[in-house]
Design a protein. Structure first.
Length: 112
C-alpha cells in the first residue's frame, strides 16, 4: 500500500464514535443500551456470548467486530483455543450453508 493511500478499514477511534453520537445521539444511545443489554450475563454467561459474537463476526466479516469481540472474549476468560474453535464452527456453518444451497442449483439444473 502506498504510504499516502488510506486503508480500506480505518481504525475505530473515540473521535469517530463521538461524531456518531453528535449526528444521531438518540439512536447511538439506544444502540449502546441494546449492546450492553445483549452482552450482560443472562441464561448464557458473558464468555459464551462473546464466543458467539466472535464466530458471527467471522461469518459477517466485520473486522471491527472481530477485534472487539475477540478482546472481550479474552477479558471474559475465553482461551485462545476456545476462540479458535468458535471461529472453526463459524467457518463450518458458512461452508455448510453454501453446500446446502447447492440444492437450489441442482433443482434448477434438473428442471426441464
Amino acid at each position: 500500500m502506498d504510504k499516502d493511500e488510506k486503508p480500506f478499514f480505518l481504525p475505530a477511534t473515540r473521535e469517530i464514535t463521538k461524531m456518531k453520537e453528535t449526528l444521531a445521539p438518540e439512536v447511538m444511545n439506544a444502540w449502546q443500551n441494546f449492546s450492553r443489554t445483549v452482552f450482560k450475563e443472562g441464561t448464557l454467561d458473558e464468555k459464551t456470548k462473546q464466543l458467539i459474537a466472535v464466530a458471527i463476526a467471522h461469518v459477517t466479516q466485520c473486522p471491527y467486530c472481530i477485534k472487539g469481540h475477540t478482546k472481550q472474549a479474552m477479558k471474559k476468560g475465553a482461551s485462545k483455543k476456545e476462540i479458535m474453535e468458535a471461529i472453526w464452527v463459524a467457518a463450518e456453518m458458512r461452508a455448510g450453508a453454501a453446500t446446502a444451497h447447492a440444492n437450489i442449483a441442482i433443482n434448477e439444473m434438473e428442471e426441464k
